[in-house]
Design a protein around this ligand. Structure first.
Ligand SMILES: Nc1nc2c(ncn2[C@@H]2O[C@H](COP(=O)(O)OP(=O)(O)OP(=O)(O)O)[C@@H](O)[C@H]2O)c(=O)[nH]1
Ligand SMILES: [Mg+2]
Length: 458
């Protein structure tokens, strides 16, 4: 089995164990073991019809686990032999009755047999190190688990299926092709044979850059789908912020009252609209206040506005619009992130405020337009196709930016007629930056950073 072990230092081939199902009570729980000693270790605590060490890969065995003659549980053990397992190593999964005590006892028995507890994400890390999946796919495993909406699941699935990796590999081979032309040119420099002229080389580099740009533009959408969108409901007191929150959630979540200054704490709730997760933040109405508690609430409102991806600025028909506040919000955030809403249109006074959407939180009028506007603002110009690669991870985004930087540098080098060696270095750096995405170029630090965010047992 080819492995990346040599590449990454301090990787031991210990056999590891972890509970793979959520801790707590359930119908069953699964204990996962991976590493060269996994099958013999499980065998040493298992009583069944067949010896596990003699069993074929992908077989399931019924038996009992005892400790000092005390029956701990009757279990099913699944056997996976290298390289045909999730990690690529010999592995076993013990399905037990879903009791935390049984799980603990069996894990303790295994820990006495030269097995150690797995670190977070260590199974997936091994899958990567054993070339079962590349790094972008390993990261997608966590995204699949953490998906909160169908759209985010599709995006993560897309990455796990290798959409992004495939695109990155295509770009890397185009770069390798371009580099080999340059290098060939270097080899024959003295003989005055031109293998690729500068215009042709620039054209090739620009094409790769164009493809990288296309990937970079998917990031805002990818991130939005993966992480959801933070939306602050902001405005002066009493305009109906809490009423709008309640209407969207279809429950009486926040206190609504005629008295201005009702909401103090920021109230956070989630709602999915057409597959996109919106995190709504209802905030205290902003005005000058002597009240210590209200003033603290207002300062939290301002923070929520700063942190938001979208701000819904609400004004109402009953009171004059606070244009100073609108201006302040436009200063804190950018104009394309603000949706101006006029509430209480059921009251039918003269509408003076020019809003993007007119609504009534009381009757629900205009709410569909507000949802539409929210989606439109969140998505911007991004187009989503299940068949194209999407960048949703900041690390990948930064690697692509770095690759682009080196391509621009390579172009400058060509234009300034510098030696082919410099071009070569730039192109190699660009290729390495792309390689970091899929982990063909990586370091312990990058790996630790990625896998420590996983849960134990994955
Ligand atoms: N007629 C009418 N009244 C509304 C509408 N939306 C809210 N109200 C009323 O306006 C008052 C204030 O509503 P809230 O939702 O508490 O307003 P708020 O912006 O959260 O106020 P603060 O928390 O004090 O900042 C309440 O009496 C609501 O019933 C609406 O669309 N039409
Ligand atoms: Mg309120």
């Amino acid at each position: 089995m080819t492995s990346r072990f040599q590449q990454v230092e301090a990787f031991t081939e210990d056999t590891i164990v972890a509970l793979a199902t959520p801790p707590g009570i359930g119908a069953i729980s699964v204990i996962r073991i991976s590493g060269s000693k996994s099958i013999e270790s499980v065998d040493s605590i298992f009583e069944g019809k067949t010896k596990l060490i003699n069993s074929q890969t992908h077989t399931i065995h019924y038996g009992k686990i005892r400790s000092n003659n005390e029956l701990i549980d009757d279990v099913l053990v699944s056997i996976f032999r290298s390289p045909n397992s999730y990690t690529g190593e010999d592995s076993a999964e013990i399905s037990i009755h879903g009791s935390p005590i049984i799980a603990k006892k069996i894990t303790e028995l295994l820990l006495k047999r030269d097995i150690r507890l797995a670190e977070p994400g260590e199974f997936t890390k091994r899958a990567f190190l054993n070339n079962r999946i590349d790094l972008a796919q390993a990261e997608a495993v966590a995204d699949v688990i953490n998906s909160r909406t169908e759209t985010s699941l599709k995006g993560a699935r897309n990455q796990l299926d290798g959409m992004l990796s495939q695109k990155v590999n295509e770009l890397r081979s185009s770069l390798v092709n371009a580099s080999s032309f340059v290098e060939l040119g270097l080899d024959f420099a003295e003989e005055d044979i031109e293998f690729v002229n500068n215009d042709e080389l620039i054209k090739r580099i620009e094409f790769i850059q164009y493809e990288i740009d296309k990937l970079l533009t998917t990031y805002s959408f990818g991130k939005l789908v993966r992480d959801g969108v933070n939306v602050a409901l902001a405005g002066q007191p009493n305009v109906g912020k809490s009423s709008i929150l309640n209407y969207i959630l279809r429950e009486s979540r926040a206190i609504v009252s005629r008295i201005p200054g009702t909401t103090r704490d920021v109230i956070r709730e989630e709602v999915t609209i057409d597959g996109i997760l919106f995190r709504l933040f209802d905030t205290a109405g902003i005005r000058y206040s002597n009240d210590e508690i209200e003033a603290e609430g207002i300062s939290r409102s301002r923070q929520a506005i700063k942190d938001a991806d979208i701000v819904i600025f609400i004004s109402d028909i009953e009171q004059p619009t606070d244009y100073d506040l609108l201006e302040e919000i436009l200063l804190i955030t950018s104009e394309e992130k603000v949706i101006k809403v006029l509430n209480k249109i059921d009251l039918q006074h003269n509408i003076k405020f020019e809003a993007d959407v007119n609504i009534s939180a009381l009757t629900g009028e205009g709410m569909e337009s507000l949802f539409f506007k929210l989606k439109e603002t969140a998505l911007g110009n991004s187009v989503y196709s299940e068949k194209t690669a999407i960048v949703s991870n900041l690390r990948h985004y930064q690697c692509l930016k770095k690759a682009k930087y080196y391509l621009i540098k390579a172009k400058d080098t060509i234009i300034n007629n510098l030696s082919g060696e410099f071009i070569s270095v730039d192109l190699r750096n660009a290729e390495n930056s792309l390689g970091e995405i899929i982990g063909s170029v990586t370091s312990d630090d990058i790996l630790n950073n990625i896998f420590q965010k996983f849960c134990i047992g994955k």
